[in-house]
Design a protein around this ligand. Structure first.
Ligand code: DX5
Ligand code: ZN
Length: 217
C-alpha cells in the first residue's frame, strides 16, 4: 500500500498560492478545499483559482468539494485541471452517475463522508470510486483536532475494500499530523491530507517527508 501525502493549501497564504503550491515539491497531490458557505460555514475558492493553480504547479490537484449540488459543479473542476475530484456523499443527488461522469472526463472519482455518515450504505457503490475520503474532523476549517472516534470507520472501510478486492485509495482529512498519522496508517488509510501540519511548519517540504516516513513505518 503506497503512502501518499497531500498538503492542503487551505492552510497556505492565499495571496501567494503559486509559491505555496511549489513550496511542497515532493508531495503526491496538492489538496484543494473548495467551500461554498452552504455545505460548510466557510468560503474559499472556485473554478478560476483551480484553473490557475493547475497551470502554476506540476503537482496534480486533488479537489475536495465541500459544496451543495456537486452533480452540477464537479465536472467543471475536471475541466479546470483537477486530477482527482471528491464530492460529498451527503450532497450528491446521484453519486453513481456523478462518479462515472468524473471518470469519463478523465479524472479520478472520489467520495467523502462526514464524521456522522456511515460507510455501510455505500458498500455497493465502492467499485465506482477511485478513492474514498473519511473526514476526521467536521469539514469547514483547518487546524481542528483529529477525531479519534473515526478510527473504527477507517478500519471497517479498509476491510470492505479488501473484501471486494478493490484498488481503492483510502484518504483521511482533518487533524492529520505527526501526532496522529501513525494511528490513521495503522487503521488502513493510505492517502493523508495535512494542512496546518505542513504549511504551519518552518519547512513544509521537510514536514511532508517526515509525515511520509511516519506513515510508512
Ligand atoms: C477541512 C478541510 C481540510 C483541512 C485540513 O474541512 O477539508 O482539508 O485543510 O486541515 P488540517 O490538516 O489543518 O486539519
Ligand atoms: Zn479537505
Amino acid at each position: 500500500m503506497a503512502v501518499q501525502i497531500n498538503p492542503s493549501i487551505l492552510s497556505a497564504d492565499f495571496a501567494r498560492l503559486a509559491d505555496e503550491a511549489r513550496a511542497v515539491h515532493g508531495a503526491d497531490w496538492l489538496h484543494v478545499d473548495v467551500m461554498d458557505n452552504h455545505f460548510v460555514p466557510n468560503l474559499t475558492l472556485g473554478v478560476p483559482v483551480v484553473e490557475s493553480l493547475a497551470r502554476a504547479t506540476d503537482t496534480p490537484l486533488d479537489c475536495h468539494l465541500m459544496m451543495t449540488d456537486p452533480d452540477r459543479w464537479a465536472p467543471q473542476y475536471v475541466e479546470a485541471g483537477a486530477g482527482s475530484v471528491t464530492f460529498h456523499a451527503e450532497a450528491a443527488a446521484a453519486p453513481v452517475r456523478l462518479a462515472r461522469e468524473i471518470r469519463a472526463k478523465g479524472a479520478r472519482a472520489s467520495m467523502a463522508l462526514k464524521p456522522a455518515t456511515p460507510i455501510e450504505p455505500y458498500e455497493d457503490l465502492l467499485p465506482e470510486l477511485d478513492m474514498l475520503l473519511i473526514m476526521t474532523v467536521e469539514p469547514g476549517f483547518g487546524g481542528q483536532a483529529f477525531l479519534d472516534i473515526m478510527l473504527p470507520k477507517i478500519r471497517r472501510t479498509r476491510e470492505l475494500i479488501g473484501k471486494h478486492g478493490l484498488d481503492l485509495w483510502l484518504q483521511v482529512d482533518g487533524g492529520v499530523s505527526a501526532a496522529t498519522i501513525e494511528r490513521c496508517a495503522e487503521a488502513g488509510a493510505d492517502v493523508f491530507v495535512a494542512g496546518s501540519a505542513v504549511y504551519g511548519a518552518d519547512d513544509p517540504e521537510a514536514a511532508v517527508r517526515a509525515l511520509r516516513t511516519q506513515a510508512e513505518e
